[in-house]
Design a binder for this molecule. Structure first.
Ligand code: NAD
Length: 487
């Protein structure tokens, strides 16, 4: 059985406790994970604070930081396959997806390597004589980073990359479910040569490790990805120290298809948008909003594609949909499908967990027209698509915005003036037109409403890991007059 360790203060160490990690494809234990509790968290945060103010990191130039980030990017690229296999093993995300995604993770580190020495301060044209005033941009401080189980290397790269570019130090908490790839990534951080304490990587349970990290008094900022309910705990805990937060949360993203769309392309994008990663994707296009005149044809096309999907072992390159990450997920999704059917939703395909080894659930489609189905409101975080139809553009927009989430959205139409009108009206942080699920280190990513706040990706994300310091310098040699002598 494989054993993993924490990475704290530049050293690999066991946790205060340990726990078994389950292979979701077989439901059996395959590795032992370290578990951080209060003491490990405290050790890691203290190491990050020392590295921030006392160690060699504090004296490094932005160009030197940039070189380390380039080295890390190269190491991620060179080790992408090993990391991908670990992620697939520990979370069930299929190898096709993990290999492609992790190879691309290297590009995020490369992008932020390039940003590191372009974070500039500014000189202010101040309204007083004999005074030079400028802003320095300094690292925001020790950052706590908390990620969920899906795509941990990607979801951490969008935090670690900009935070390192900005000069921060950090404690990264991997999800208790499937932490193997992130714990292994620590070896690359070490090999790249980052000074001890700059990046600390631990794992543990939310209520103990996550909460202890989020409320640690030396943490200046909490960068969190996960569900909205957990985010509320994170915000309450961070309030204790008035630490800032950035929240990347879930979604119930609309996928709008007009009758004039290229239906084959739209169907392929919809299938990828909801069934890739077995639906465990924050941007999953989980609400199909389709023009009524083509609904029957389009849903039949989706059904045909959904039923042709190859479900299988995640390490097999031919597999298109693998297991869910945990039994808890499998049970929750099954229960939500049942509640939706009880509320009147009609099952088009799928709908019941696959019996046998592992946590499999088939691609599922629910027709929810004229039904107040919970599947239109609650996030499944699984391979379940809910369908409603519309007759007018205004109705499509109303349905799209009928959610408290606001992460992503898709519009499929050949009519670009209509697409322009809709993209302005949609309340979501990302609008994809005639495409879906495209991401890039250059493009900001994040949501509205219950999908959180703050943006990851782009230059602005690096600036979010800085704080400004205003410097006033008097340039006159004249003595400063006594303030209490009246003139
Ligand atoms: P979760 O909220 O249960 O857990 C996320 C992380 O928070 C885990 O590491 C967990 O240990 C930790 N945690 C739990 N309680 C905590 C606490 N009190 N204090 C601090 N940390 C705590 O999420 P999940 O179930 O692992 O992941 C699924 C959710 O993540 C979905 O809602 C999904 O949409 C969302 N997600 C969002 C994005 C995005 O970028 N917007 C990306 C992926 C996933």
């Amino acid at each position: 059985m494989r054993r993993f360790q924490h990475y704290i203060d530049g050293e690999f160490s066991d946790g205060e406790a340990s726990y078994p990690s389950i292979d979701p494809a077989s439901g059996t234990v395959w590795a032992e994970m370290p578990e951080a509790r209060e003491n490990d968290v405290d050790r890691a945060v203290n190491a990050a604070e020392r590295a921030l103010y006392e160690g060699p990191w504090a004296k490094m130039t932005a160009t030197q930081r940039s070189k380390l980030l380039y080295k890390l990017a190269d190491l991620v690229a060179a080790n992408a396959q090993v990391l991908a296999e670990l992620e697939t093993r520990d979370t069930g995300k299929i190898i096709r997806e993990t290999s492609a995604q992790i190879a691309y993770v290297a590009e995020y580190y490369r992008y932020y390597a390039g940003i590191s020495d372009k974070i500039e301060g500014s000189y202010l044209p101040i309204d007083k004589p004999d005074m030079d005033v400028w802003l320095r941009r300094e690292p925001i401080g020790v950052v706590a980073m908390v990620v969920p189980w899906n795509s941990q290397l990607f979801l951490s790269a969008v935090k670690i990359g900009p935070a390192l570019a900005a000069g921060c130090t950090m404690v990264v908490k991997a999800s208790e479910d499937g932490p193997a790839p992130l714990l292994e990534f620590a070896r690359l951080v070490h090999e790249a040569g980052f000074p001890a304490g700059v990046v600390n990587i631990i794992t543990g349970f939310g209520a103990s490790c996550g909460a202890a990290l989020g409320r640690h008094p030396k943490v200046a900022h909490v960068a969190f990805t996960g569900g909205p309910e957990t985010a509320r705990h994170v915000v309450r805990n961070s309030a204790e120290n008035l630490a800032s937060t950035s929240l990347e949360l879930g979604g119930k993203s609309p996928f709008i298809v007009f009758a004039d769309a290229d239906l084959e392309s739209a169907a392929n994008a919809q299938v990828a948008g909801i069934f890739a990663a077995t639906g465990q994707s924050c941007v999953a296009g989980s609400r199909l909003i389709v023009e009524r005149s083509i609904k029957e044809r389009f849903v039949a096309l989706l059904r045909q594609k959904a039923e042709a999907i190859r479900i299988g072992a995640p390490l097999d390159m031919a597999t298109e949909v693998g297991p869910l990450a945990t039994k808890r997920q499998q049970d929750n999704i099954g229960a939500l499908v049942e509640r939706s059917i009880a509320s009147g939703a009609r099952l088009v395909t799928g709908g019941r967990k696959i019996d046998g080894e592992g946590y499999y659930f088939p691609p599922t489609i629910l027709d929810c027209d004229d039904v107040a189905s919970p599947s239109l409101i609650e996030e499944f975080f699984g391979p379940v698509l809910s369908v409603v139809s519309f007759e007018t553009e205004a109705e499509a927009l109303r349905l799209a915005n009928d959610t408290r989430y606001g992460l992503a959205s898709g519009i499929f139409t050949q009519n670009l003036t209509r697409a322009h009108r809709l993209m302005k009206g949609i309340r979501a942080g990302i609008v994809w037109v005639n495409t879906y699920r495209a991401v890039s280190p250059i493009a900001p990513f994040g949501g509205f409403g219950l999908s959180g706040h703050g943006r990851e990706g782009g230059m602005a994300a690096a600036l979010d890991y800085t704080r400004t310091k205003t410097i006033w310098l008097r340039t006159s040699d004249d003595p400063i007059p006594d303030p209490f002598v009246m003139r």
